[in-house]
Design a protein around this ligand. Structure first.
Ligand code: 6R9
Length: 641
């Protein structure tokens, strides 16, 4: 599947980056990194321009970009556009029900952000304070992020699908004293009780000073003494609230993400480098043209929503669409219907959504005209060539280039992708490195593999959008990313580079699952399972899943004397949902009298993975198992995913 799909002449016409320019800029970005990133920093308006550009080391680990620069990212996303774009739409929002639409021009966005910033200040939020956002996909989510950035507060957005327990952990970890939530959110016709979840998270838990509640659905919710009902009208006459001048290395946000061990990590991004990285990647990768409508279907609870619903598009003065609901509500034509009604030009979604829609056949797509589409994007997990071709041929009518963008919460923005206008595409390959990105493939011993090869994907040089630390635990940052291969950033992904230098991401090589594009640590699901009073031990592995990419397969042993039953299986599923959230619901649960272990007591996940994958003939050496006969009983008890 190495065949190329050539760019059409339409795709190349007017592109920001024809092939020769990519070559020149990429070379420049490596040979004169500071010069290149000084140029790119002009995408941002600085209060004080930086004189130092990159100042970083991976051994010891210390990363700074634009360190003496001063800026405010809210100013760059909102205020500076007012002279030219006051009446241009900044954000368009569509609710869960089709046709329920609101929008904000840049002038209106400015007004809303200033009001919320006033309210936050009045509630006691100051520069540097952490503010937890637990919100549905509504305009106020973007407004709240920008209001935090305006006053120098550090937002920590927690995905609205996470459970109260997961929310509590994330509030505690960053010692956030403020929460912004809404009465409820709607997804696929179902109410998500966000405010009630916040109350549950705070019960006997962390003490916060205030919970700002946005009225969205008007549903009945309980009130407590710490609640402040947000009323933008109350702040209508409060006047301007200037943007706080921030150092480039001042924190902008924290976003929790799953790792292979322990609890989720608070990935910390700072202001200047992240601003430049998201502004530059948005410009080049989506080849954004004046006046276009951009739609990224991610949730603002994930990094994709941060960088490509809010900061990247708005820094570029774009119009960005936000959607509250899900792809199949009220039917499988929803995305295409919205593309037509809002005349979307650039559409950015995840392979799991593409596969789910592909399964419904071409009719729901063809029922809509989609003529406005110019460019399609994919993110979150590897896209299988079959889904890629369907996306290209059916959704894009063969006209629209696809950018398959590889990146991570940790990288702040896109790292590997083809550029529309610059490169032919290979279905299933993310493509080539973005400017300033130097990927390297290494084997398990750290030996660098040149040319066409397969190995573990590292990045050898820093880039402005790189995370700076794990909040409150710098040592964990160093250990997680820079200790496997000293002096390099290790991504946790496996990858192949072909003879044309294209990168093919093969998936995580650590104990991180990618379920419908959501990252989940196997350890998180295991600890949720063993927190159930009847469970003795649990081991969780991923297995290939047609729609989700990976499904969650759990092996569970019960306490002595307890018997497996369908009821208990259901109870364990519910328990994991309650502990983490619906995205972590086990797909398959297999009760087993014991887990396969080495004589030293290590669980042999390799064997569990093979059994879950139904590769019984390729179990490899099982002689080191303490009880080799267990393997047969595991195979016998295997559930058919
Ligand atoms: C942006 C985002 C990061 C992990 C990453 C990789 C996988 C993301 C991908 C991709 C293949 C792509 N991933 N994009 N794999 N092709 N285009 O998804 O961030 O939630 O932190 O996940 O997702 O495994 O390491 P995050």
């Amino acid at each position: 599947m190495n065949d190329k799909v050539a760019l059409s002449p339409e795709a190349q016409a007017g592109s920001h980056c024809p092939p020769a320019k990519y070559e020149t800029l990429y070379r420049h970005s490596l040979e004169d990194s500071d010069g290149f990133w000084r140029d790119q920093a002009r995408r941002i308006d600085w209060v004080r321009e930086p004189s130092v550009i990159g100042n970083w080391s991976f051994d010891p680990v210390d990363i700074k970009w634009y360190e003496d620069g001063v800026l405010n990212l809210c100013y760059n996303c909102v205020d500076r556009h007012l002279p030219a774009r006051a009446d241009q739409k900044a954000l368009i929002w569509e609710g869960d029900e089709p046709g329920v639409v609101r929008s904000l021009t840049y002038a209106e966005l400015h007004g809303q952000v200033v009001r919320m910033a006033h309210c936050l200040k009045a509630a006691g939020v100051s520069r540097g304070d952490r503010v937890t956002l637990y919100l549905p996909m509504i305009l106020e989510a973007a407004v709240a992020m920008l209001a935090c950035a305006r006053i120098g507060a550090v937002h920590s957005v927690v995905f609205g699908g996470f459970s109260p327990d997961a929310l509590r952990g994330r509030i505690e970890d960053c010692e956030s004293r403020f929460v912004i939530t809404a009465d409820g959110g709607m997804r696929g016709g179902k109410l998500v009780p966000l405010k009630a979840n916040v109350d549950a998270a705070l019960e006997d838990g962390p003490r916060v000073d205030a919970v700002l509640v946005i009225r969205h659905l008007g549903n009945e919710v309980a009130s407590t003494g710490r609640d402040i009902w947000y009323d933008p009208e109350a702040w209508a006459d409060a006047g301007e609230l200037p943007c706080e001048p921030m150092g480039a290395e001042d924190p902008l946000f924290i976003l929790y993400t799953s790792g292979s061990t322990g609890k989720p990590k608070g990935v910390l991004h700072t202001t200047g480098g992240y601003a430049v990285w998201t502004a530059a990647t948005f410009h080049f990768v989506f080849d954004y043209r004046e006046g276009e409508i951009f739609w990224c279907t991610a949730d603002v609870g994930w990094v994709t929503g941060h960088s490509y619903i809010v900061y990247g598009p708005l820094a570029n003065g774009a119009t960005t669409l936000m959607y509250e609901g899900v792809p199949n509500h009220p039917d499988f034509g929803r995305f295409w219907d919205m593309i037509d009604r809002h005349q979307v030009n650039i559409f950015y979604t995840a392979p799991t959504a593409i596969r789910a829609l592909m399964r419904e056949g071409d009719d729901p797509v063809k029922a809509h005209n989609r003529a406005s589409l110019r460019l399609l994007g994919s993110v979150g997990e590897p896209i299988n060539p079959e889904a890629w071709r369907w996306y290209h041929q059916v959704v894009g009518d063969g006209r629209c280039p696809i950018v398959d963008t590889w990146w991570q919460t940790e990288t702040g923005g896109i790292m590997i992708t083809t550029l529309p206008g610059a490169h032919d595409m290979k279905p299933g390959s993310a493509g080539l490195p973005f400017f300033g990105v130097v990927p390297e493939l290494v084997d398990a011993e750290g030996v660098v593999l040149p040319g066409a090869a397969s190995g573990n994907l590292c990045i050898t040089r820093s880039w402005p959008g790189q995370m700076r630390t794990v909040y409150g635990d710098h040592e964990r940052f160093v250990q997680t990313y820079f200790s496997t291969y000293k002096g390099k950033y290790f991504t946790g992904d496996g990858c192949r580079r072909d003879e044309d230098g294209f990168y093919w991401i093969t998936g995580r090589v650590d104990d991180v699952l990618n379920v419908s594009g959501h990252r989940l640590g196997t350890a998180e699901v295991e600890s949720a399972l063993v927190s159930h009073p009847l469970v003795a031990e649990a081991a969780v592995v991923g297995y290939p899943h047609d729609i989700k990419g990976q499904g969650i397969y759990c092996y569970v042993t019960l306490l002595a004397g307890e018997e497996p039953s369908n009821g208990l299986e259901q109870a364990l599923r519910q328990h994991v949902r309650k502990e983490i959230g619906p995205i972590a619901t086990p797909d398959h649960l297999q009760f087993t009298p014991a887990l396969p272990k080495t004589r030293s007591g290590k669980i042999m996940r390799r064997i569990l993975r093979k059994i879950a994958h139904n590769e019984h003939d390729a179990l490899g050496d099982t002689s080191t198992l303490a009880d080799p006969s267990l393997v047969d009983s595991l195979i016998e008890g295997r559930r058919n995913p």
